[in-house]
Design a protein around this ligand. Structure first.
Ligand code: GTP
Ligand code: MG
Length: 313
């Protein structure tokens, strides 16, 4: 059966489909879960019409269903672990970063979130017996901090061909939050051509934080961020991939989460991320990772180093 398009919704012809697409409602599922008011406003159609379209989309969209525990267990058997490069850090995570999960690294500026991401990108290209995923990598870079020079240094230290490593790392700059969201769709397309078992979003929250200012915008920001997190989780499940995201600790008190040591993105990011790691600086170039939240591992800390060669014990 061919995939259904917007024109398959009863009462949606080319003109309305065009309006929907222009409004960012490009997918049946997105329409099925939209609010009539939002859809009507964004696409400049009547609210009654919007309700009909949403009802129609619910019938056409593949909403998914329930899955039995044995199926889930079968899928969990495919979970593998990606090495961080540090023994202590791996132990904290019971072997490394799990696939089919989102791992959030949060911390202040300079706490080495980006350095950890570079190391993970290089490691993911390694064969599985070396702790890698033998796969290509996608990096969504929102702060323009990707540095191929660092990848080369890390690859050289591991004795792997730096040019080959760089060719396996696919980087996209996200110019704003909407672009960031669309890049996840692009990533799904790329994953159909290439094996991609690591996707990095560095930083997950910076655009959202800059664009949705103040208390009034908070609900909308959290809603969009929530949808984005679920898109990422979907990528993780479909591709048996690790999703690594970074999140800065708010230096100034956030409009809502007043505590300055709390990661921004608040409850939404916290509840959707499968593992949360708090990174902070220690003495003499040391870095400390603290596991905050995990469905199956105890809380704890690991000390590691960031050097020219990458992440080490
Ligand atoms: P924000 O994105 O600003 O929130 O920070 P971040 O947590 O991403 O920090 P990032 O990973 O950029 O860490 C920067 C730190 O990494 C620097 O302060 C250095 O301590 C360390 N670092 C970066 N490159 C090198 C290097 O080549 N050698 C060594 N020894 N340390 C490095
Ligand atoms: Mg950074």
């Amino acid at each position: 059966m061919a995939a259904k398009t917007l024109e398959d919704i009863p009462g949606v012809g080319p003109a309305i489909a065009e309006k929907l697409r222009e409004g960012g409602y490009t997918d049946l599922m997105v329409i099925a879960v939209a609010s009539p008011k939002d859809l009507a406003e964004t696409c400049e159609i009547g609210e009654k019409k919007a309700m009909d379209i949403i009802e129609g989309a619910k019938l056409c969209a593949d909403i998914g269903g329930f899955e039995t525990g044995d199926n889930i267990l079968e899928r969990r058997k495919a979970v593998t672990k990606l090495t961080t490069g540090s023994k202590a850090f791996n132990e904290l995570l019971n072997g490394g970063l799990e696939s089919q999960a989102i791992v959030e690294f949060f911390g202040e500026f300079g706490s080495c979130k980006t350095q950890v991401c570079f190391q993970l990108a290089v490691n993911a290209t390694l064969p599985e017996e070396k702790g890698g995923l033998d796969s290509d990598v996608i990096i969504i870079d929102t702060e323009n901090t990707f540095r191929p020079e660092r990848i080369i240094q890390m690859a050289n230290f591991l004795g792997v061909d730096p040019d080959y490593t760089l060719r396996r790392i696919h980087v996209a700059r996200a110019f704003n939050s909407q672009h960031q969201i669309l890049l996840v769709d692009k990533a799904l397309e790329l994953a159909q051509q290439k094996k991609i078992r690591l996707m990095i979003v560095d930083s997950l929250t910076s655009h959202f934080r800059a664009e949705y200012l103040g208390r009034g915008a908070l609900a909308e920001r959290q809603q969009i961020l929530n949808r984005h997190m679920h898109d990422l989780l979907n990528f993780a499940t479909l591709n048996n991939a690790v999703i690594a995201v970074t999140n800065q600790v708010a230096a100034k008190p956030d409009a809502f989460f007043g505590d300055p040591t709390r990661p921004i993105g608040g409850h939404i990011v916290g509840h959707t991320a499968t593992f949360r790691l708090y990174l902070r600086k220690g003495k003499g170039g040391k870095r400390i990772a603290r596991l905050i939240d995990s469905p199956n591992l105890p809380e704890g800390e690991a000390v590691f180093m960031v050097t020219e060669d990458g992440i080490k014990d």
